[in-house]
Design a protein around this ligand. Structure first.
Ligand SMILES: Nc1ncnc2c1ncn2[C@@H]1O[C@H](COP(=O)(O)OP(=O)(O)OP(=O)(O)O)[C@@H](O)[C@H]1O
Ligand SMILES: [Mg+2]
Length: 301
């Protein structure tokens, strides 16, 4: 599982493909992560669906992963279930997990897949249990496995199945759940899931579409952040909450060989297209090494 080749260039090792992404005309394999908050905004959903459809028509292979943070929390609240977070991770008892299946695997997943399909590009909403497409193991917290309940991390992707969807011209849309060896579904932080997916499918690019314009330093959007800078941003309390998890996920993807990682505002009309098609896209580019001014370091708007 999760052994494969890179992008649309079958039988070409991922390392070779990483060099080829400089040629924008080459079809690429991309993981696009969509924030849960964006899925509650009909216009944002439409904009993203249109761009996902366009990129697919251009020949790129997209795996869409979505979160559900705020909507999931609001639904739990309506049902009288309290949310508790430890280090940004939601403590997930069985009742909470079952609501995750309904909201993440159901409502939001079908909403996004439906929006892409409505743009003329067939998409399929996937939950981990479908063809065992996303596997998970319970997370260890303070040396105790499962201390956070049904919280897991991604341990495998049924790449053969995902590739069969791409070959059939269908965009897979994944909710952030993983299937455990015990047959239970585990809630996975969507950013960590997207980064792990990017690694398992040997993606060329990983693009996070979020509810802010990028990584902010005060009111300014940082144009680029290096892996080394991430620790400083956290230490100086310049980033917090979900953004810490997102930056950790970016680091993981970069160290796994994903050549371009970017955090972009999801309400930006052509944000995904520009992020997918070039180096000088909107939002924040996360890089392995300290960015030089020539590659767009510093702050933007
Ligand atoms: N320096 C920062 N720059 C930008 N956002 C920040 C920063 N520090 C904290 N944040 C928070 O991080 C949030 C983004 O992470 P969050 O987990 O809420 O969303 P997401 O990961 O995009 O979506 P989801 O959790 O639904 O998958 C922003 O809305 C903002 O409140
Ligand atoms: Mg998040």
């Amino acid at each position: 599982m999760a052994q494969g080749t890179c992008g649309a260039r079958k039988n070409v090792p991922a390392r070779v493909c990483a060099q080829q992404v400089l040629d924008e005309s080459v079809p690429m394999r991309m993981v696009v992560k969509i924030a849960g908050a964006l899925l509650d905004d009909a216009e944002a959903v439409r904009l993203l669906a249109r761009q996902i459809a366009q990129l697919t028509h251009e020949g790129h292979e997209l795996l869409v992963v979505h979160g559900g943070g705020k909507i999931f929390t609001a639904t739990l609240k309506r049902m009288g279930i309290e949310s508790r977070f430890v280090n940004g991770l939601r403590v997930t008892d069985r009742e909470t997990r079952d609501v995750a299946m309904m909201v993440l695997g159901g409502l939001l997943n079908k909403r996004m897949a439906g929006a892409i399909s409505a743009e003329g590009q067939p998409a399929i909403g996937l939950c981990a249990s479908d063809a065992g497409c996303f596997l998970a193991e319970p997370m260890m917290y303070e040396e105790v496995v499962g201390a956070l309940g049904f919280v897991g991390y991604l341990t495998g992707v049924n790449l053969e199945f995902i590739e069969s969807l791409w070959r059939a011209g269908i965009v897979p849309v994944a909710s952030c759940l993983g299937l455990g060896a015990d047959g239970e579904l585990y809630n996975i932080n969507a950013d960590h899931m997207a980064a792990a997916c990017a690694e398992y499918v040997h993606a060329d690019r990983l693009i996070f579409m979020t509810d802010v314009a990028g990584v902010l330093d005060g009111k300014k959007v940082l144009k680029a952040v290096s892996s080394e800078e991430i620790e400083n941003l956290i230490r100086q309390n310049k980033v917090s909450g979900g953004m810490i998890l997102k930056l950790e996920a970016c680091k993981r993807a970069l160290s796994a060989g994903v050549s371009q990682v970017r955090i972009v505002g999801g309400n930006n009309e052509n944000g995904l297209l520009s992020a997918a098609n070039g180096q000088k896209g909107p939002g924040t580019r996360v890089t392995t090494s300290y960015p030089s001014t020539a590659t767009g370091a510093g702050v933007g708007h």
